[in-house]
Design a protein around this ligand. Structure first.
Ligand code: ZN
Length: 439
């Protein structure tokens, strides 16, 4: 077995790994590097494959071409852009299907909707617990895991050498909101059947303990909303648009007390896809994205400030996103002293994001807005969640991913406690390296 660590081994983002068994190659994920995408101010969507490779927005997949590899399938673990964003740029070069769980499939199809991107790979939806044959020798199953988007999976590739388990973004949430807890029973079964290789994400491995639950965030949201509603004034909230569980918590915590509006294009798109799968109900919610719609709605909110809870995009402070527009007075709405803004999110640590958020908060504070920050939990496993995954799956070999060398190193330290040895059965990699496991 050979493993091509193509992207996500020097950064958080740009995920792509390929596994070769008996001359058949399966690719896991084709993601964007979100820093490059943000820095390009949205231009990357219009770029050619070569241009997006030049700004390092997508993984460099040259090592697969050099060896003229027989790629038989592209497996996508979940719908975040750092896992699916590169598909329109890269997938067309491979004559094979894309496999994804139902919600992920909808997101992949949206990324391919634009007809300029004539990508012909069929997109095959795979329900969790179903098994599909990719070839005579390789079959695929998705196990359910908790993350921060619906339908996240651990990809289980059954090969003649044992399972390859690709789990690049997952945690174990004992109290999730719209889904079950990670399918621990199935993971233990697979562990007993024999896992040749596990490829886990390392994004938050340096954090002790466990990631907190979505239910604990729901309770905190309810507390904050209670206090805001008692004080009166406009209440705005922002979270990640694909965080459908959190949006359900917001609706639940509001408990019919105020009218709710969702403002912003990405919010509308992720919510529409979720509604098609009955993951959210927006019958009582105004969902707006075009300028005139947003302007009309926010003008109404301005005159009925005690009647609305507005959920808007732009929690990273991105210039031009809805929260920035609303704060800058783009629409017929002006913040007044004592209005409230709740950030049910965290700043994704990068100098660009931190500068943008600082500017946004500064503008809000100048208007006397009261801020509530960090009402949030991560979708990524902490150290003890990771220990569980190692113990449940008991892999022969581990290649940590989705993080730079420091995070991979933190994971190696944890794995050492579980009996692994560097370069013997756990590897620190780089983008473009090929690791041969047949030793
Ligand atoms: Zn993710």
């Amino acid at each position: 077995m050979k493993v091509y660590t193509l992207g996500g081994y020097e950064e958080v983002g740009k995920n792509m790994t390929a596994v070769e068994v008996d001359d058949q190659v399966v690719i896991f994920d084709m993601g964007y590097n979100m820093e490059s995408v943000v820095s390009s101010e949205g231009q990357v969507d219009e770029m050619t494959t070569n241009q997006s490779l030049e700004i390092e927005a997508v993984p460099e997949d040259e090592p697969l071409f050099e060896a003229d590899k027989n790629v038989v399938g592209i497996v996508i673990g979940h719908g975040h852009l750092d896992h699916v964003g590169g598909i329109p740029k890269l997938a067309g070069a491979y004559d094979c299907p894309i496999y994804a769980s139902p919600y992920t499939k909808k997101i992949v199809e949206r990324t391919l909707e634009d007809d300029r991107k004539n990508i012909n790979n069929p997109v095959i939806g795979v329900e969790k617990e179903d098994e599909v044959d990719i070839t005579d020798e390789l079959s695929l199953e998705f196990a359910h895991v908790n993350h921060s988007i619906p339908d996240a999976t651990l990809s289980l590739l059954d090969t003649p050498e044992g399972y390859v388990v690709y789990g690049n973004d997952m945690k174990i949430d004992q109290s999730p909101i719209i889904e079950e807890t990670t399918d621990v029973e199935r993971l233990k079964e697979v562990g007993e059947e024999g896992v040749k290789l596990m490829i886990p994400g390392t994004t938050r491995v340096e954090e002790d303990g466990r990631a907190r639950s979505e239910e604990s965030v729901r309770v905190e949201l309810e507390d904050v909303l209670n206090s805001c509603y008692k004080a009166g004034g406009a209440v705005l909230l922002s979270t990640f648009s694909s965080q459908i569980g959190r949006l359900n918590s917001v609706i639940d915590a509001n408990n019919g007390r105020r009218k709710i509006a969702f403002v912003g294009r990405s919010l509308k798109e992720y919510v529409e896809s979720a509604e098609e799968l009955d993951l959210i109900n927006t019958d009582q919610i105004e969902v707006v994205s075009y300028f005139d719609e947003c302007d009309e709605l926010m003008s109404r909110v301005d005159g009925e400030r005690n009647e609305w809870l507005v959920v808007a995009t732009g929690n990273q402070g991105e210039p031009g996103a809805q929260l920035d527009k609303i704060t800058s007075g783009t629409y017929g709405f002006e913040f007044e002293e004592g209005d409230h803004v709740i950030f049910s999110s965290q700043v994704i640590p990068s100098p660009v994001n931190e500068a943008n958020r600082y500017e946004l908060e500064k503008k809000m504070k100048e208007k006397g807005v009261r801020l509530y920050k960090g009402i949030h939990t991560t979708g990524h496993a902490h150290r003890e969640d990771h220990r569980d995954f190692i113990q449940f799956l008991d892999p022969e070999q581990i290649i940590p991913s989705h993080g730079p060398i420091q995070k991979q190193g933190d994971y190696v330290q944890l794995a050492r406690e579980e009996g692994y040895t560097l370069e013997e059965n756990i590897y620190v990699s780089e983008n473009g390296r090929i690791i041969n496991l047949d030793k």
